[in-house]
Design a protein around this ligand. Structure first.
Ligand SMILES: Nc1ncnc2c1ncn2[C@@H]1O[C@H](COP(=O)(O)OP(=O)(O)OP(=O)(O)O)[C@@H](O)[C@H]1O
Length: 293
C-alpha cells in the first residue's frame, strides 16, 4: 500500500449563497481502503463528493486526488469511476451501447461484454435502457464505476433499489476490485453495509465531520445493550439494570460478555427464564442516533 493518500481534503468549505453546507472539513482516504462517508440528511456528503469528483469548486480549502486538483480532469478523471445516484443514460440506447459509451467517455480500456456480464446484465444486453427495471438500471449505473477497473471508485448509495441477490453480487464485484487494489469511497444509508465493509467511516452532521474511525472505534464509545423480560418477581439482579413495565429489563454495558455471563449464571442459579433475550454489540445505528439526539 502506498503511503500517499488517494484523497486529501483540507479545510474544505462549500457555501451556497449564504448557506454554509460544508465547514472546515478535513479527511484523507488511503490507498486500497474502503472509506464510507456517512451522515444525516443534508449533512454535506454530496457537496463534498461533488468537490472531490471535480464537479464543484471549493468555496475555500483544498482537495487533492492522486496528489492533483480534481479540476485537472484530463489527469484525474480516467483514474476514477463514479456511480452516481442516477447516471441518466439515454433511454433509447441498449444496455450494451450504454456500456460502450461509458468506455468512450471515461477513456478507459475494457471489454464491453465483460463489463455487461460483471454487472449481471448479459441477458439484457440488447434491451433498451428505457425498458429496464429500477434494479437493472442501478446495475447499469454500477458499470460506470467499474468499467476499466479504475484505481478510485465512488459508490453513491450503490445498493438502493437492488434485491438481496443483486446486492450480494455487487459487493462480490467490489471485493474483486479491492483485491485488484482499487480504493473505494462509499455513501449509503444502509448502515449495516458500511458496518460490514468499511475500513474507516467518516460521519458527517451539519457540514462537519462529527466522528471518524473504524467501526470498532466509533462504537466503543457507546454501551452495548442487553434486554430481556422476567415473568415473575426475581432476586436482585447481578448487574445494574433499568426495570420497566411488564418485567422488561435493560442493561447498558461496556462489558457485554462479562455481564451476559453474570446474567445467564444468575438465571440458571435461580431457575429463571430470560424471555426475549437479546444481546448485541453497539451498532452504527446507535452512533447515528446519538448524533441526532
Ligand atoms: N445547489 C444548492 N443550493 C442551495 N443549497 C444547497 C444546494 N445543494 C445543497 N444544498 C444544501 O446544502 C446542504 C448539504 O446538502 P448535501 O446534498 O451535500 O447533503 P447530503 O449529506 O448529501 O444529504 P442527503 O443525505 O440528504 O442526500 C443541504 O442543507 C442542502 O439543502
Amino acid at each position: 500500500m502506498s503511503t500517499t493518500p488517494v484523497i486529501e481534503v483540507e479545510n474544505l468549505n462549500v457555501t451556497y449563497r449564504d448557506f454554509h453546507a460544508v465547514r472546515d472539513l478535513s479527511f484523507q482516504v488511503r490507498s486500497g481502503e474502503l472509506y464510507a462517508l456517512l451522515g444525516t440528511n443534508g449533512a454535506g456528503k454530496t457537496s463534498t463528493l461533488e468537490t472531490i469528483e471535480g464537479h464543484r469548486t471549493p468555496t475555500s480549502g483544498t482537495v487533492r486526488v492522486f496528489g492533483r486538483s480534481p479540476r485537472d480532469r484530463a489527469a484525474v478523471r480516467p483514474r476514477m469511476g463514479i456511480m452516481l445516484q442516477e447516471s441518466g443514460f439515454s433511454p433509447d440506447l441498449t444496455v450494451r451501447e450504454s456500456v460502450a459509451l461509458i468506455g468512450r467517455l471515461t477513456r478507459r480500456d475494457d471489454d464491453v461484454d465483460r463489463v455487461v456480464d460483471l454487472v449481471g446484465l448479459t441477458h439484457k444486453a440488447k434491451t433498451l435502457v428505457g425498458q429496464l427495471s429500477g434494479g437493472e438500471k442501478r446495475r447499469l449505473d454500477f458499470a460506470t464505476a467499474v468499467y476499466g477497473t479504475p484505481e478510485l471508485i465512488f459508490l453513491d448509495e450503490p445498493t438502493t433499489g437492488l434485491d438481496i441477490q443483486s446486492r450480494d453480487d455487487l459487493w462480490t464485484a467490489v471485493d474483486r476490485l479491492r483485491e485488484n487494489g482499487s480504493t473505494v469511497v462509499l455513501t449509503t444509508h444502509y448502515l449495516e453495509e458500511a458496518q460490514q465493509r468499511a475500513d474507516r467511516i467518516g460521519l458527517m452532521h451539519r457540514g462537519v465531520l462529527h466522528r471518524e474511525g473504524t467501526v470498532a472505534e466509533l462504537t466503543r464509545t457507546l454501551p452495548a445493550v442487553i434486554t430481556f423480560t422476567l415473568a415473575s418477581p426475581a432476586p436482585a439482579l447481578p448487574v445494574q439494570a433499568v426495570i420497566g413495565a411488564g418485567g422488561s429489563v435493560r442493561v447498558d454495558t461496556f462489558q457485554l460478555q462479562k455481564d451476559l455471563h453474570l446474567l445467564l449464571s444468575w438465571a440458571q442459579d435461580h431457575a429463571l427464564e430470560l424471555g426475549d433475550l437479546s444481546a448485541g454489540a453497539t451498532r452504527l445505528d446507535d452512533v447515528f442516533r446519538a448524533i441526532e439526539a
